[in-house]
Design a protein around this ligand. Structure first.
Ligand SMILES: Cc1cc2nc3c(=O)[nH]c(=O)nc-3n(C[C@H](O)[C@H](O)[C@H](O)COP(=O)(O)OP(=O)(O)OC[C@H]3O[C@@H](n4cnc5c(N)ncnc54)[C@H](O)[C@@H]3O)c2cc1C
Length: 415
């Protein structure tokens, strides 16, 4: 793929019109945290037929799974992901999913995060490991955004070392479990209706050897407290909060897969892979917007009697931004081509993709603020917000340092 098709560009333009009409006028409220992003996101999902497509795709997938169960050919354990074979339509679907991400990120990377965690990470965790009944009960309302989802692994004492230092626990209790622990930095945490809670099965054994399990929780369950949104540096379009669980009683129907033998560590790794892969499209949106704003500013801001774009030091900034834009766009195009070939990035490739995209975006944003001079430091100019928002790309989904060790371990054959 070397460029967007006519159809992609038409979708992009429609998306731009939607954002101008529905998102841009609300940016101040969203930025000040006065308005959660979900109503606008729901309008977007309805306007672009994303809800209808999700329902149709879900119905098709569930019908297939039910037929396999009825014929006795359903796997007893979640299947390993296999290459699916070439499918140009899958490439097209991937492009259709990425274009809204790119366009919305030009204004609100936070809204994209809130959307991606709910419809992407949380729904996919249930779809990949849940039973048919669990998918029908919890995944469909997330895919349509009728409900908001959160995926909770990070804890106050376990971030990068997510599994090693995890303290959240499940203890068997009759035919169910008692869940306890606290989670932090959870996207959509304050508003989530459905939460995938990742914890360790406490059988009195050494914490290092405990099984990792995932449970699905609903807002309002006794013993579950969802904090207010935390104040943060940027990404205000995405509410982030804490979760506190004190002996929350759950039945086995809330254990993903309804078996303790589901490989939850590999489910979480799949989630990391898709989370990291998704960063390239977000990065492209932010970089394209910074570049557009900077080119306009360089042409119109006059100092020493000339537009600043005539100074070579400013030209260097613009040229470097364009190099980053081209590289990140190529990563996005590769993702689309891989989908069309029935493949996806490995965890190490996704880490490399995220590492580059996040660092390049941060470099672009810092230089964009510099190019705008004092105005760049003022909230009135959008580069200030994009710069604060972009920083998170180097932190969530695994920090830059963790991506580096993931890539290196893979190169040395240890991952
Ligand atoms: C806005 C936002 C939204 C988030 N959303 C979610 C969410 O929805 N769900 C969720 O579960 N989590 C979420 N997170 C958490 C995020 O994934 C973690 O913050 C991240 O993984 C880093 O963990 P930490 O904050 O505990 O940092 P730490 O792990 O304490 O790291 C501190 C520093 O040490 C470095 N470091 C750690 N280990 C190593 C090492 N082995 N080698 C070199 N350097 C190392 C890190 O790179 C970092 O620079 C979110 C975070 C933010 C900021």
């Amino acid at each position: 793929m070397i460029e967007w098709s006519e159809m992609h560009l038409a979708i992009r333009d429609a998306m731009r019109r939607f954002i101008e009409a529905e998102v841009v006028p609300k940016m101040k409220d969203i930025e000040h945290g006065d308005e959660p992003p979900y109503d606008v996101l729901r309008r977007m999902v309805a306007t672009f037929g994303i809800k209808d497509m999700a329902e149709a795709r879900f119905a098709h997938q569930i019908a297939k799974e039910k037929a396999r169960t009825a014929s006795g050919t359903a796997p007893t354990r979640p299947e390993e992901k296999k290459p699916r074979g070439p499918n140009p339509e899958a490439g097209n679907e991937m492009a259709m999913r990425l274009i809204p991400v790119i366009e919305l990120c030009k204004y609100s990377p936070g809204m994209v995060t809130a959307l991606g965690v709910s419809m992407g990470l949380t729904a996919n965790a249930i779809l990949s490991r849940g039973t048919i009944a669990q998918k029908e009960r919890w995944a469909l309302p997330l895919l349509t955004l009728d409900k908001i989802g959160a995926w909770a692994i990070t804890e106050p004492g376990s971030g990068s070392d997510a599994f090693g230092a995890m303290k959240s626990s499940a203890r068997r209790d009759g035919d169910g479990y008692l869940l306890s622990g606290s989670k932090t930095f959870i996207t959509n945490g304050p508003y989530a209706d459905t939460i995938v809670f990742i914890c360790k099965l406490d059988e009195g054994n050494d914490a290092k050897h405990r099984k990792v399990l995932s449970f699905v929780l609903d807002r309002g369950m006794p013993g579950l407290v969802q904090s207010k949104a935390l104040r943060k540096m940027g990404l205000h379009g995405s509410p982030t909060g804490e979760l506190f669980l004190d002996d929350v009683r759950v039945g086995k129907d809330r254990l993903l897969g309804e078996t303790e033998d589901v490989p939850a560590r590999s489910e979480a790794k799949d989630t990391f892979t898709s989370e990291r892969t998704g960063v390239a499209a977000m990065a492209l949106g932010i970089v394209e917007q910074c570049l557009r704003l900077c080119v306009d500013y360089a042409k119109t801001r006059v100092q020493f009697g000339r537009p600043i774009g005539e100074f070579q030091l400013i030209q260097l900034k613009l040229a470097k931004m364009e190099v980053a834009r081209m590289n990140i766009q190529n990563l996005v195009f590769r993702q689309i081509e891989l989908a069309a070939a029935g493949r996806s990035l490995t965890l190490a490739e996704a880490s490399a993709c995220k590492l580059y995209a996040a660092q390049a975006t941060m470099d672009v944003c810092i230089e964009a603020v510099q190019l705008f001079g004092g105005n760049g430091y003022m909230a009135e100019y959008q580069v200030e917000q994009l710069c604060r928002d972009a920083k998170v790309l180097q932190i969530y989904g695994g920090t830059d340092e963790i991506q580096i060790s993931q890539i290196a371990r893979s190169l040395m054959g240890a991952a």
